[in-house]
Design a protein around this ligand. Structure first.
Ligand SMILES: [Zn+2]
Length: 324
């Protein structure tokens, strides 16, 4: 995993590469971000670069060390996660890791331990890790991955260098999905609904999503303020519980973002397979009006997230969209 393969976290990559060049890699990192956004890939890229025998600040991909890491069988990397059928990471797992770290590395310049998800360490395990962070054995490197750093002991947080990973953009998710061999049409369908996570995108049902996209697009095309029933019927048809409504709004955001891209002269859109319907949205209103609606959809999403009534929020939004 070369740093160039990491998408959407350019600033973090830049900081890490600089640390590699100047020999100022921290003893412990805390990578915070949603799962599937690239934290683990970045951690592996860092380790690979650190161990690489050919390059000072990246992975060459071909030296014996790089190859072992790619194959997942490097003896100096220890990954700790909850055991099968267990919710938490136990103190026994931490103790075993500490014994490993106290030994000399087999072949790498130092040993590395990655803990994921760090917030699932039991209280005893977390306290035990604290001791390791206070007196790191050898020059071991410890990388903690978490979705929420606030769930860790403050004493653990303060001993790690915190790096916050932002959500991936739908465009980045699409590119990453295509790299895993998913066809461009499906990748474009899944990406806007992924919440910025490749993992979440892979868990989506693309057939159901494709059918839903058709339903939503045709409901949007029908909206007409002179026939007010179209507004309330569509809102009735499409509203659901909070999560379903948020999904609907994510989908609508991707439509209007695409429509704005088209109007601005870009042909790069996410919903390639629904291009005629997106072109119709783009043609129906001015660019300014579509930008305004994009803002309205964002606002509605925030309101639903704060527990506004989904049906009422959609009534209001659809009314707005129905006014051309
Ligand atoms: Zn290498």
């Amino acid at each position: 995993m070369a740093f160039a393969d990491i998408l959407g976290h350019e600033r973090i990559v830049e900081v890490l590469r600089r640390s590699l060049r100047t020999g100022k890699i921290a003893h412990a990192y805390l990578y915070e971000g949603n799962s599937g956004c690239g934290r683990k890939k970045t951690a592996l890229a860092l380790i690979q670069a650190l161990f690489c025998r050919a390059l000072p600040d990246d992975a060459c991909g071909v030296c014996p060390s790089c190859r072992k890491i790619t194959a997942g069988n490097h003896g100096d990397i220890h990954i700790i996660e909850p055991l099968q059928d267990k919710r938490d990471i136990s103190i026994e797992q931490l103790r075993a890791m500490q014994r490993e770290l106290s030994l000399r590395p087999y072949e790498a310049p130092r040993k590395v331990c990655m803990i994921e998800p760090a917030e699932r360490m039991s209280v005893n395990a977390a306290n035990s890790l604290l001791k390791t962070l206070e007196e790191p054995p050898g020059n071991a490197l410890i990388i903690l991955l978490t979705e929420n750093a606030g769930m860790l002991l403050p004493t653990i947080r303060s001993r790690c260098q915190l790096m916050r990973f932002s959500h991936l953009s739908p465009e980045h998710v699409r590119t990453l999905l295509e790299k895993t061999g998913i066809d461009p049409g499906t990748a474009s369908l899944l990406a806007p609904m992924s919440g910025g996570s490749v993992q979440q995108a892979l868990g989506l049902d693309n057939e159901a999503l494709s059918a839903r996209r058709e339903v939503v697009l045709s409901a949007l095309a029908r909206l007409d303020i002179n026939q007010i029933a179209t507004v309330f019927d569509s809102s009735e048809e499409l509203s659901g519980n909070r999560d379903e409504t948020l999904e609907l709004l994510d989908m609508m955001l991707s439509f209007f973002r695409d429509a704005v891209h088209l109007a601005a002269g870009s042909s790069e859109i996410l919903n390639q397979n629904a291009r005629p319907a997106i072109e119709a949205i783009s043609r129906r209103r001015s660019l300014t009006r579509n930008l305004e609606l994009l803002g309205n959809i964002h606002e509605t999403r925030r309101a639903v997230q704060r527990n506004a009534n989904s049906k009422l929020a959609l009534d209001h939004l659809f009314m707005n969209i129905a006014v051309v």
